[in-house]
Design a protein around this ligand. Structure first.
Ligand code: ZN
Ligand code: ZN
Length: 346
């Protein structure tokens, strides 16, 4: 089959690789109808996280079940499914309490050697271990492209909104209008938040924010704290969300939260260090919440329902649809921020 493989830092290619097949009784093999390029894939491209040359990339996909192992009960060949980007066991203590991102045996499709080295989903076919836990059937009335988002970025956005305890009437400020920030904003709106401001400096992304019904704030020309305060009777946001994963973004999220507010950190951190003045946090009675990876399985029900009912439409994020063969160009466009989201069509 054809697949997008990692070649070396800075280089991906489309190559012939062996078809994946059912290896364990719990496996399914899915024929991919749409795959997407994610910010995480760029980390591998840039060598920020290791990836083995020749291994298929990607973890966001929707498709049709092609084959299943003897032990699979929940899906059958022919079922349309979305793939969970984090592949959980479904049986350990963490999985049983819904914190599947903390699973004792967490794998990740296309997640590199530290998460099992599983081949990714930017391919004609993908093998999904523990299919009963990690495939979600797509209901009729939800098309492939909208469903695709439920397996990763939309579930992550819903998770951020849920962690913030966002309900009707809450004021929300999202720092960063990447796909996760935009969909966190959309999820907040779907829960009745008003206003939902999105702070970024990229005009293309801010345009998408406006199309999602969010209030775009261009931080090149406007002061984040003053703008959020002006929109919230001088208080600051009930909930702020760092959807970037850089110390400056975290600091902005803290600055724009009101006294007694909640700061949700969904942006990805590794070795970064931030200096924190504990007295300020204490005096402002802030609640800080870190997401870790998203427990997709705990959130994809809410995410899929919101899509099916039309309360969230992720499609404005999609800027490019490319044949799988053009994946290297898709990576370039996404890397240069000329694309907000690239879908690949095998
Ligand atoms: Zn992703
Ligand atoms: Zn588990």
């Amino acid at each position: 089959m054809r697949a997008v493989v990692f070649e070396d830092v800075g280089r991906v290619a489309v190559r012939d690789v062996p078809d994946p097949r059912v290896e364990d009784p719990g496996d399914a093999v899915v024929r991919v109808r749409r795959a997407a390029i994610c910010g995480t894939d760029l980390h591998f491209l840039h060598g920020k996280a290791p990836y083995d040359p020749g291994v298929v990339l990607g973890h966001e996909a929707v498709g049709v079940v092609e084959a299943v192992g003897d032990g699979v009960r929940g899906v059958r060949p022919g079922d349309r499914v979305v793939v969970a980007f984090d592949n959980a066991c479904g049986a350990c203590w963490f999985c049983r309490v819904g914190q599947t991102q903390l699973c004792e045996d967490l794998l990740m499709i296309g997640g590199g050697p530290f998460t099992g080295g599983l081949p990714g989903a930017q391919a004609e076919l993908v093998r999904v271990p523990r299919a009963d836990v990690n495939l979600l059937p797509v209901p009729e009335g939800v098309d492939d492209e909208r469903a695709l988002f439920v397996g990763d970025v939309l579930a992550t956005g819903v998770h951020a909104a849920a962690m913030g305890g966002i309900g009707a009437g809450a004021s929300v400020a999202v720092v960063g209008a990447g796909p996760v920030g935009l969909l966190a904003g959309a999820a907040a709106r779907a829960r009745g938040a008003e206003p939902v401001l999105v702070l970024d400096l990229e005009p293309r992304r801010l345009e998408v924010a406006a199309r999602l019904g969010l209030v775009p704030v261009d931080v090149r020309t406007r002061n984040p704290q003053a703008t959020v305060e002006a929109a919230t009777e001088g208080r600051g946001a009930d909930v702020s969300i760092d959807a970037v994963g850089r110390p400056e973004a975290f600091e902005t999220a803290v600055d724009v939260a009101r006294r007694g507010g909640t700061v949700v950190v969904v942006g990805v951190y590794a070795g970064e260090v931030a200096e924190v003045q504990l007295g300020v946090y204490w005096a402002r009675a802030l609640t800080l919440r870190f997401s870790g990876l998203c427990p997709v399985h705990a959130r994809w029900g809410e995410a899929m329902a919101a899509v099916r009912e039309g309360r969230i439409d992720p499609l404005p994020l999609v800027s490019h649809r490319l044949p799988l063969e053009e994946a290297p160009r898709g990576y370039e466009l996404f890397d240069r921020r000329e694309a907000t989201k690239v879908l690949l069509i095998p």
